[in-house]
Design a protein around this ligand. Structure first.
Ligand code: PFF
Ligand code: NA
Length: 449
């Protein structure tokens, strides 16, 4: 059964798999969310905890998801089921896939709204709407956008359609093509922005903010955010990477491939932070400004830069593309499931899921205006969906996947698939059996208390 191909197709090479998985990982999580949660949680110590979570929890779990998907060559629910059977253990493990599908819809609903902000900013940059704006003007512009449900809804709808079109086209024609050129271009533009940030007088302050470890600023709350973000940024705990793993060529080594993806994602997040915080400090803005951080600071920076309008336009286009490739990957597990389980046509499955996600997203459009009074646990729909997915559902899903692979799956299967040295394999096993589950449990328990 291991040599069978997924009916959805297969990535042309290991390199394409890296690009696709990186396309999933690198997105709004890196450029929008990472800087603003770093700002809200006090900087350096938060960054350090985040890096530790990536290395000791995220990377091992990513390896696990890839190997499960690749061995079973099926959608996440089917993969968990078939590996349970192969290992003579309960098939109840496939329930993890259900949590994942729900998380996918929840994430899509706010992700698409933020992607909609990016699309609006592409238009704004193209028409020079924020040329020479002060930080007050840029802030007012952003708040004005949030207060306008009609505009938000239009962009949210456009973005959802963009995602549906690519997902419906399938693995090779859709997903692959979208990723090839865009990732390298995004990287280059980030470096340009970093170069500008280094030339401002806020660079030292920005650097210190990110890398000075002041542990007195760290709370258990912040640790939960750091842990949750390590899952969110690597697209873990909800079946996405498992689904992509099902299309991975047999020959490639899971260990080395996953390390490359994790490193790329981390580098992009750190560069985004190093590009944004100096701009914040050199313009006297507040690093804890929240979700608007990128949307307020970057237009100000581009407004002061030579050829700023051009670079600004290019930058928001690239962020839009990064968000696009990530949102595409959010849909893949459920679409593959609907196709494989119920024999639906890929197009129909994609449209059905797209409509559900779009409708759910309307609550996030309304969170900033006509529905801002509707709250759950003191959070509007946007914040609530962000919170429960990143901080609860994804870590929980990830831990269950780890426990499944560490304790229920035949060890020999993991060994065959991951394909690393004995020492590295032992490290993976310790992490998956003990470190990751214990770490997540401790953080959960402390936050409940
Ligand atoms: N990893 C993406 C980001 O950092 O923007 C977000 C994401 C994509 C999460 C796909 C989960 C997922 F399945
Ligand atoms: Na990411």
């Amino acid at each position: 059964m291991q040599n069978k191909m997924s009916i959805q197709g297969s990535w042309a090479s290991r390199w394409i798999f890296i690009l696709a998985a990186t396309g999933s990982a690198v997105g709004l999580g890196n450029i929008w969310k990472f800087p603003y949660i770093t700002g809200e949680n006090g900087g350096g110590a938060f960054v350090l905890v985040y890096l530790v979570c990536i290395l000791f929890v995220g990377i091992p779990i990513m390896m696990t998801e890839v190997f499960i998907g690749r061995r079973a060559r099926r959608n996440p629910i089917g993969a968990l089921e078939s590996l349970s059977e192969e290992s003579n253990t309960s098939t109840a493990w496939k329930g993890i896939g259900l949590i994942g599908m729900l998380a996918g819809v929840f994430i899509f609903s706010f992700y698409s709204v933020v992607a909609g902000w990016v699309l609006q900013y592409i238009q704004t940059m193209a028409t020079g709407g924020l040329n020479g704006a002060t930080s007050e003007q840029a802030g007012a512009y952003f708040n004005g956008l949030l207060a306008d449900p009609q505009t938000l809804l239009i962009w949210h709808s456009i973005f959802t359609v963009m995602v549906i079109v690519v997902v419906a086209a399938g693995v090779n024609k859709g997903l692959e093509r979208a990723t090839r050129i865009m990732m390298p271009a995004l990287f280059v533009l980030l470096l340009v922005l970093l170069g500008y940030a280094m030339s401002t007088d806020g660079f030292a302050a920005g650097w210190n903010f990110m890398f000075e470890f002041d542990f007195s600023k760290l709370s258990w709350d912040a640790v939960l955010v750091a842990l949750g973000h390590s899952f969110f940024t690597l697209s873990l705990g909800m079946g996405t990477i498992m689904a992509y793993g099902a299309y991975m060529p047999k020959k490639a080594s899971v260990g080395g491939t996953v390390l490359a993806i994790g490193a790329l994602d981390t580098i992009v997040a750190l560069i985004a932070g190093l590009a944004i915080f100096p701009i914040i400090f050199s313009n006297g803005m507040d690093p804890a400004a929240g979700p608007g951080l990128m949307f307020i600071s970057l237009p100000v920076a581009f407004g002061q830069m030579a050829f700023g309008q051009f670079f600004g336009l290019l930058f928001f286009i690239l962020i839009g593309i990064a968000a696009w490739t990530s949102a595409i990957s959010l849909m893949e597990p459920t679409v593959a499931f609907l196709v494989e389980k119920f024999g639906m046509k890929r197009l129909n499955a994609t449209v059905l899921l797209g409509i559900v996600c779009w409708a759910m997203g309307i609550t996030c459009v309304g969170s900033f205006n006509f529905m801002s009074d509707y709250t759950l646990f003191g959070k509007n729909a946007f914040d609530f969906l962000d919170f429960i997915t990143a901080n609860i559902m994804m870590p929980l899903g990830g831990i269950l996947i780890a426990l499944f692979a560490g304790w229920a799956v035949k060890e020999q299967f993991a060994k065959e698939e991951i394909g690393v040295s004995d020492i590295a394999f032992s490290a993976w096993k310790i992490s998956i059996r003990f470190v990751a589950p214990v770490a997540v449990t401790i953080v959960f328990v402390y936050n409940l208390l």
